[in-house]
Every structure is written in structure tokens, then in C-alpha cells.
Design a protein around this ligand. Structure first.
Ligand SMILES: *[C@@H]1O[C@H](CO)[C@@H](O)[C@H](O)[C@H]1NC(C)=O
Ligand SMILES: *[C@@H]1O[C@H](CO)[C@@H](O)[C@H](O)[C@H]1NC(C)=O
Ligand SMILES: *[C@@H]1O[C@H](CO)[C@@H](O)[C@H](O)[C@H]1NC(C)=O
Ligand SMILES: [Zn+2]
Length: 452
């Protein structure tokens, strides 16, 4: 009897201990738990705007509430059913018509493999270090909430921008943006905003003394090459079978790929400065019910590659030559096509000028320098909504004002540190303050500088 009793109490103690751990130690630091900005961030993270069926309605309702609380005017657009865009606006004080600032963020997040996560990905749980675990905590709900929190702070100080500052909430960036910025960027609504600068998502900085501003993207080619050749019995040697022709190309592509990787490994170039080529599919063979016919050599072999080229006309031309002459030469019975390619202006992927000749760069750089940090321009391999913006001749910088957190975009256990989030809000306050205080124009600023 006694033994059983002890066992029972033992279990009870373990049970109580578990409750205690979960209730107290499993939670974040008290100052963060009670911080209203952190609370609002976590509320937004709990809204399941996860592809492929994002709950945009709940997100928009939450954001409308935020905008009302802060005192921003709102408009919603729906260019495609169930893909709402929310525009929240802080009216500028200038009587003169000045071009506007757009602070952009996408509401959707990428899917999760829930079983690989330490905490449920839409619970926004915080650990004892103040790390908040949730899909979207880096990409890019943190950026959107930082805009709003920064505006709250500026409003509470009675500060007003001279030009309109818009905070824009868009759908579907993670699935290419065609139904989001794709539609918006060609609308009269966008034209009427007369934007001069768009801020968008960027990269987290691993160090405490710098921030990164993305000013352009690599030229993306989704390349498919096709090899054709004689078909026949699997036992016969043909000259130039389709597979043989393809393997020659693959050898050439691999050699090029190795050369680019070697430059990065040797520290001679950054990954932004080299061409990336990665195999995404190989397709051939005659299928049977449970595999492939083993005694026929296929007449067609196809291979797909994701190619990203640093955004210069010269590099694109060089790569095109390489594809035509080495990767898919006609005289080897090969051909190629693109399933998708970055849009270009005059053959180039547009970049935003990242030096002091551009007032927006200057203002961004001096804003972060107040925090003793430098600003580094960067070209990214991935595509973001900023590409739509730059195609319309409007400047765009991607900046996620967060430091000292490992980059976990699209990864398991994506998290944001609460303290770094609060620090970032102050940086965004400084950025909006400088952008909103600047009453010149991009053009007049250049004239002023060149006459100096
Ligand atoms: C945009 O603003 C500039 C500067 O105020 C002005 O010259 C231009 O006409 C405006 N464009 C539109 C479409 O409103
Ligand atoms: C190209 O295809 C033709 C017709 O099948 C074939 O005769 C020729 O040998 C092939 N050439 C190469 C280089 O594969
Ligand atoms: C930046 O550095 C200066 C000089 O070292 C220091 O006085 C200041 O407190 C620093 N500012 C921030 C925000 O860290
Ligand atoms: Zn993103």
C-alpha cells in the first residue's frame, strides 16, 4: 500500500513540476511578455496566412484594427478575388505635391513541416531568451509590424511627415506575386501614389555593426535544355544518342558551376557576384507501370536548371552565348527554352542606385549610422516584390532592420528575438523620420549635388 502511495505522489510531483516548467520557465522574459509591441507582433504571427490557402481576411481585419488605433487612413483593393491589398496611409503635411514613400510588406508566409518544429509554428511561443518561434517571424511579418510600431512612436511624439507615408500590405509574394504586386504595379492606384521610394524585405544582419540594403536582384533564368538523338535497342552503341548529348552538356554545366563555387569558396567573390546554376529536373525514359523500359534508349532527354546571373547586360550576354554554344548547341541536336525569365529594361534587370547620389540611399545610410552601423548594398539571388517596383522606375531597397539573429527564412524553427525586434523598431523610427522630413526630390537633390 505504502509503495503504491509513494509512487502516486511521485507521479504527482513530476506532474506538478512539468506544469511549473511549462507555466514559468517555458515562457519568455517578463518584460517582453508584457510589452505591447511584442504582444501585437505575436498576435499577427498567430494569423495563418500560410500558403497555399492564406487567411488574408483575418490578417486584413487585424491590420485594419491596428491602422484605426494608430490613426492611419485605409483603403483596400482586390484586383483578384480573395487576394486583398491593404493600403494604410499617413498623410503628409506639405501643401506642395511631394512624391510618396511606400513601406511594403507581404502578408503571406511559406508552408511548414509542422513535425520538424520545436514549437507549433503558428503559436508564436517565446522561450526564456526572448526568441519568438513562428513562421513569418523573419519573413516578413516582423518588418510589417516594425513599420506600424515605429509610426506609433512617431505619432506619440507629435511628429508629422512632410510627404505621404504609406504602409502597404500585399498578398502572394511567396507564390511569385503575380496576383499581388504584379497587378498593383500596373494599376492606376499605384500610379496615383506617385511613389519615389519603396522599402521592402531584406536580409537579417548577423553582426551588430551593419545593416544590409538589397538594391537589386540577380537575373533569373529557368532554363530547360533538350537533347534529341537516335532511338533503338538498349544494347546498341549509337553515335550521339540523346542521353550522350545531354551528358556532354551536363559535364560542361558542372564544370562551370564548380568554377563559380570555387570563386566563392576562395573568398574571391561573394555569392551575389557569381552565377548560380542548379539542376532542378531531369526527364527521360519510357515509363512502364512500375518504372522504366530498360532496353530502349530514349530519343529525348530534358533537363531543367535554375540559373541566376548578376544583373549586368554583359553577364547576361556571356551566359546566353554559353548556353547557345556549350550547353545546348544545335550541332549536338540540342535546343533550349526558358519557362520564366526576369523582366528587364533595355536588357538589364533594373537596380536602385546605392550611393550618396541617391537621396534615399543617403537618408537610409545616415539613419542606420545613428546606431553606429554601416549600410551595405547587396544583390540577392531570390526574387521579391521589389522587382515589380524597380521595373516601373521607382527606387526600392530591401531592408530588414534586425541584427544578431541567424537567418532562418523558409526554414524550420524560424524565430525572431524580441529584444532585437524592439531595437529594430527604433531604427525604423529613424528611417521614417528622415524619409518623412526630406522635402526635396530625387531629381532636385541630384542637381544640387552635381552643382556642388
Ligand atoms: C508626382 O510628383 C511629382 C513631383 O511633385 C510631379 O511632378 C508629378 O506630376 C507627379 N506625378 C503624378 C502621376 O502624380
Ligand atoms: C543529330 O540528329 C541526327 C538525326 O537523328 C543524327 O543523324 C545526327 O548524328 C545527330 N547529331 C548529333 C551530333 O547528335
Ligand atoms: C555610438 O558610438 C558612440 C561613440 O562610441 C557612442 O557615444 C554612442 O552611444 C553609440 N550609439 C549607439 C546607439 O550605440
Ligand atoms: Zn518574404
Amino acid at each position: 500500500m505504502i509503495e503504491i502511495q509513494t509512487l502516486k505522489y511521485g507521479k504527482l510531483i513530476v506532474f506538478l513540476l512539468l506544469c511549473f516548467c511549462a507555466g514559468v520557465w517555458g515562457r519568455g522574459p517578463e518584460d517582453l511578455e508584457e510589452n505591447p509591441a511584442v504582444q501585437r507582433f505575436r498576435t499577427y504571427l498567430r494569423i495563418r496566412t500560410v500558403q497555399p490557402e492564406p487567411d488574408y481576411l483575418s490578417a486584413i481585419n487585424f491590420l485594419l484594427g491596428q491602422a484605426k488605433e494608430i490613426g492611419l487612413s485605409t483603403r483596400t483593393f482586390e484586383f483578384v478575388p480573395k487576394k486583398p491589398i491593404l493600403l494604410t496611409t499617413w498623410k503628409g503635411s506639405s501643401k506642395e505635391k511631394l512624391q510618396s514613400v511606400i513601406l511594403n510588406s507581404h502578408m503571406d508566409v511559406v508552408p511548414v513541416e509542422e513535425e520538424k518544429w520545436k514549437y507549433p509554428p503558428f503559436d508564436a511561443e517565446m522561450d526564456e531568451d526572448g526568441n519568438i518561434f513562428a513562421r513569418g517571424s523573419q519573413d516578413m511579418k516582423v518588418v510589417g509590424i516594425m513599420y506600424l510600431e515605429a509610426i506609433r512612436i512617431l505619432k506619440s511624439k507629435g511628429w508629422v511627415p512632410v510627404r505621404d507615408v504609406h504602409v502597404l500590405w500585399v498578398p502572394d509574394e511567396e507564390v511569385g506575386g503575380d496576383d499581388g504586386w504584379g497587378k498593383f504595379s500596373v494599376s492606376k492606384e499605384f500610379e496615383e501614389l506617385n511613389a519615389s521610394i519603396v522599402l521592402d524585405e531584406g536580409s537579417i544582419s548577423s553582426s551588430g555593426d551593419k545593416y544590409i540594403a538589397i538594391n537589386g536582384e540577380k537575373n533569373m533564368w529557368w532554363l530547360v535544355i533538350t537533347a534529341k538523338g537516335e532511338t533503338g535497342h538498349g544494347s546498341i552503341y549509337f553515335e550521339n544518342s540523346a542521353a550522350e548529348n545531354m551528358f556532354k552538356s551536363i559535364a560542361s554545366i558542372n564544370a562551370f558551376r564548380d568554377s563559380q563555387m570555387a570563386l566563392v569558396r576562395a573568398g574571391e567573390k561573394s555569392s551575389e557576384e557569381v552565377v548560380s546554376v542548379n539542376s532542378v529536373f531531369l526527364k527521360s525514359g519510357l515509363p512502364t507501370s512500375d518504372g522504366f523500359t530498360m532496353n530502349i534508349q530514349p530519343s529525348v532527354v530534358e533537363a531543367g536548371f535554375d540559373v541566376r546571373i548578376p544583373p549586368s547586360k554583359e553577364m547576361a550576354a556571356l551566359m546566353k552565348k554559353r548556353v547557345v554554344e556549350e550547353w545546348a548547341p544545335k550541332n549536338r541536336n540540342m535546343s533550349f527554352y526558358f519557362t520564366s525569365q526576369s523582366e528587364t529594361r533595355d536588357g538589364e534587370v533594373p537596380l536602385t542606385t546605392a550611393d550618396d547620389s541617391n537621396p534615399w540611399w543617403f537618408l537610409l545610410r545616415t539613419a542606420v549610422s545613428k546606431f553606429n552601423a554601416t549600410l551595405t548594398p547587396r544583390i540577392t539571388g531570390g526574387a521579391t516584390d521589389s522587382s515589380f517596383v524597380r521595373m516601373h522606375g521607382v527606387d526600392a531597397f530591401g531592408i530588414t532592420a534586425i541584427q544578431n539573429v541567424p537567418s532562418l527564412l523558409h526554414n524550420h524553427n524560424e524565430y525572431m528575438n524580441g529584444y532585437e525586434f524592439l531595437k529594430g523598431i527604433n531604427v525604423v523610427v529613424e528611417i521614417i523620420d528622415r524619409f518623412g522630413s526630406f522635402s526635396g526630390s530625387r531629381q532636385s537633390y541630384q542637381i544640387q549635388r552635381s552643382s556642388m
